[in-house]
Design a protein around this ligand. Structure first.
Ligand code: KG4
Ligand code: ZN
Length: 360
């Protein structure tokens, strides 16, 4: 028989944050006992984007210290941990290897199970760190590497209904910020500049907007920004107006596509429950996107839920939580499990990158 109280360590190292957390679940509640995050922004900001080799080295430089810190903060010993979960994909291979090897080593040494977690499952469940929400719900995941609508039907039962055919939304923010010579990561910089800009000054394209589905394309938007940048002096006013125009265009796209996704969800999911839409990933930190989605909630009669910013961006707590859920279902992995840089949450989802038209 299982312990009533379960404690799982979660290790995250798929991109540019190293994080180790300990999450506990008992009969009543889920508690984050510790969630230590070390960002690599200072390393990558000079390059305007994540440099995989440097990211991997930086993860391996700090992972052991973060493990000790997470145990100390949680006031638990290694022996008290019931299982070790690590992000095993999708993400950058060098980083994934660091976290997975650490998780496997601890599991082997402690004679406890190792759990390979899909990073996207972590984001999908992250809202449960703070709220008791039941399945099903609709997930909008908007991060630096992913942009998708997935129906979270139940645990380990996921149906993707929309995705991007080129850039992820966070990537579009980062690339636009780089064109405007703003800092890295670009999302928060664009948001700051947009607050003082004229959002009507530049008309930008909204690719795929006429298609009545919930797929995205952002590459054309970024190219259009590049063309306008080439014709202007990059003054502070220009940066503000372009940031505001870009953010406003993104808002319109997200509003329109989320409306489509909600309608599709309602056709596919016959549930009497009120519809809840969870918005996760780093871009969900954007206040203007939060604001416009809340307005959509009133129109579509559904509730939008946003995890706290610390659980929107990459963190070990969401990986530990996915680990807890897997532990309870005896879903363990062997120590020869290999990291998977490409690992869709919905195994049946078609690979869409590069598709030009999606209609039909
Ligand atoms: O989820 P996350 O921390 O890492 C990935 O898994 O990718 O997301 C990082 C992304 C970056 O592209 C960053 O520019 C974007 O989230 N981001 C934002 C904001 N804060 C972070 N985008 C728009 N507005 C923000 N306030
Ligand atoms: Zn992420």
């Amino acid at each position: 028989m299982k312990n009533k109280v379960v404690k799982v360590m979660g290790i995250e190292s798929s991109c540019d944050e190293t994080s180790v957390a300990i999450v506990q679940k008992d009969d009543k509640e889920i508690k984050v006992l510790s969630n230590i995050v070390k960002s690599q922004i200072d390393i990558h900001e000079h390059y305007g984007g994540v440099v995989p080799e440097l990211a991997a080295r930086a993860h391996s430089d700090v992972i052991d210290k973060l493990i000790v810190m997470a145990l100390e903060k949680a006031k638990v010993s290694l022996k008290q941990i019931d299982a070790f979960a690590a992000t095993a994909g999708p993400g950058l291979l060098g980083g994934l290897l660091v976290g997975v090897v650490a998780g496997k080593t601890l599991a082997h040494y402690s004679n406890k199970p190792f759990i390979a977690v899909n990073h996207l499952e972590g984001h999908a469940l992250s809202i449960k760190l703070e709220r008791d929400i039941s399945f099903p719900y609709l997930l909008l995941l908007v991060s630096g590497g992913h942009t998708e609508f997935t129906i979270i039907k139940g645990f380990d039962s996921y149906k993707r209904i929309g995705t991007t055919i080129d850039d992820a939304l966070g990537e579009a923010f980062d690339k636009t910020a780089r064109l405007l010579k703003l800092g890295y990561p670009g999302g928060p910089e664009i948001e700051k500049y947009a607050a003082y800009g004229d959002s009507d000054r530049f008309k930008l394209p909204m690719p795929l907007i006429k298609e009545k589905n919930s797929h995205f394309s952002f590459a054309g938007l970024k190219s259009s920004v590049a063309n306008i940048v080439a014709e202007h002096r990059c003054t502070e006013k220009f940066k503000r107006d372009m940031s505001a125009s870009f953010q406003e265009t993104v808002n319109r796209i997200i509003f329109n596509k989320t409306q489509n996704a909600i309608r599709e969800y309602r056709k596919l999911v016959k549930s009497k429950k009120d519809l809840k839409v969870v918005v996760a990933g780093g871009v969900a930190a954007n206040k203007s996107i939060r604001h416009s989605l809340k307005k959509l909630g009133d129109i579509e009669d559904c509730e939008f839920l946003f995890p706290s910013i610390k659980y929107c961006t990459d963190n070990g707590a969401m990986i530990a939580l996915a680990g807890v859920e897997r532990f309870e279902r005896n879903k363990f992995n062997k120590l020869n499990f290999k990291p998977q840089p490409r690992w869709p949450l919905d195994k049946k989802a078609i690979f869409m990158k590069g598709k030009r038209s999606i209609e039909g």
